[in-house]
Design a protein around this ligand. Sequence first.
Ligand code: ADP
Ligand code: MG
Length: 320
Amino acid sequence: MIKSIEEADIKEGTRVLVRVDWNLPINENGEVADASRIEATLETIEYIKNKSGVPVIMSHFGREGESIEPVINFAKNNYEILKEGVEFLENLRQNPGEEENSEDFAHELAKNGEIYINEAFSVSHREHASIVSLPKLLPSFVGFNFLNEIANLSEAFNPEHPFLFILGGAKFETKFPLVNKFLNIADNIFIGGANAILVSKMDLVENPKIILPVGQLDALDANTETLALISEKINESKFILWNGPLGNYENGFVAGTVALARMIAESSAKVLVGGGDTLAMLSDDGIKEEILSHGFISTAGGAMLDFLANGTLPGIEALS
Ligand code: ADP
Ligand code: MG
């Protein structure tokens, strides 16, 4: 059974290690493009502070072992609650023990606190030290956002049909096993973004549920014909799961994804949306609010897809 942070014995001065996912998207000017992942953790941090505990925040950041300091400075400058009485650890992935799931590294981390809270749903599909080994060493619980993710995503275990899965983005190697699983539950799977070209060369392409973009498959954005095809499928669907932008948005190819977001927001289907890059594309407009009126926006990408496919995650199993 998953235990909520509300069951944790937090007293004055109790040091509470909080694993968060503050691996925020950074734009070409080096600025934070979307702070949703910080905001999702504030309720848990505030709860600990209200109990007079000391939150000790830990996250990974980036791919090159860079320092997480710019993110911490951004967080302190923008959120009052983080200015004082909160401690921060350095980028977890600076230590190879994190990704290698080293017991020694987990023991090292455990020295920083007395209680462990997992508030990093979006990383809980990874068998990393701070996700699966550390919780075995301390009394362990999940935070409010983690609980909220589980409650909302679990609604998808009995989806209404037709169920349309829209998969954009990149890293198809990591998403391929999930597509295989979703072939059993979804009625249509549209595969766009940088993945389309790879899929076109696989046996998968023969499956009648698989839909690919119209025209050039290595295009940097979805074209009008492709958007019309997706729109048709959206209109006939009652449940839509969307992960991954349709274009190379960092370089300005945003139109297709913005159009898709609008179509999803305006549809009457129950919708689930997730993904770090996907969320970065939703940060303007009232689109987010419109989606929330008939759906859920997850802070997770890969973890959301894994949870939906398997009904659990390594980070959840580690707590039981
Ligand atoms: P998420 O973080 O939402 O799960 P991904 O990480 O899978 O999404 O994918 C985001 C990446 O996919 C971005 O770097 C984006 O540039 C790339 N991408 C999406 N569509 C295309 C495309 N048509 N051509 C090239 N790159 C694309
Ligand atoms: Mg991404």
